[in-house]
Design a protein around this ligand. Sequence first.
Ligand code: GLU
Length: 325
Amino acid sequence: MKKITKSEIRAVVDESYEKFKDEVGGKNADYIPFLAGVDSSLFGIAIALPDGDIIEKGDTSYVFGIESISKVPTAILAMEHYSAQEVMQKIGADATGLPFNSIMAILLENDHPSTPLVNSGAISAASMIKPVGDSDAKWRAITGFMAELCGSELVLLEKLYESESETNYNNRSIAWLLKNYDRIYDNPDLALDLYTRGCSLGVTARQLAIAGATVACRGVNPTTKKQVFKAENTTKVISLISTVGFYEHTGDWMYESGIPAKTGVGGGIMGIVPSGATPGGFGIAAFSPPLDSSGNSVRAQSSIKYIAQRLGINLFDSQEIVIEK
Ligand code: GLU
């Protein structure tokens, strides 16, 4: 069983911040014009512990675009509204090995959109959210759930939403291609718009750390103590994150960090240290806009990896198993 003190965690977070705050490399996403204009020097790290305490450093209250990290709450909500099994049947749980917005991936696996954590599967998951056909009520369901997961409301970044809606031609093609394969369970334009709005919500590293901790703590938000989703969906969502959280570089990430994590092109990463790996489990998030070539924040990756290594945390290594006679 692994024991770590809060002061050790605090010291390692500070160390990691100092080590990577001046790291250069990567550039802001520019295929969504709004994101290109965000200050590239922003950097923050936050850890949410199972008792609700937050350890943080840097720009952890800066509000940035959640982008693809929103795919995680939508996937959980689809599991809640249907079941993990039905999400598996309707969408799937396979990594595509291809970029997040790949149309080729849909063509190659035309029997399902692969996983709710790439664009195709996320648009499909948005289409599943109940009540089908009612855009406003679906939006309330998604934002209400995100607020419970993060412990506080997320605000829509209107300028990001406009910027993304004006330029999302590739995602429009995905929505209609999925319709062609009967993998959209509502109006395709409605599903696409919900997905785009979800990506345009503003979030802080602190909120992401709390959301990660809520997943790590089997659906109980450690800051509000509320059970916000069914405990039984925890292993399903963590398995999705472990297999495709970093898109086509997920294998490299898991090999090097041992921490299931989901990235977004806004520069955020939400990591989950499940309770199997350390008592209670916790959430770890980092944010910095410059991205590598597959759309993952450079400084956020370095800092989370460093913290995991220094604390000796690894999903594949830390479970205590006692086999009794
Ligand atoms: N809204 C972005 C898109 O659909 C999200 C991509 C990401 O964060 O990976 O292109």
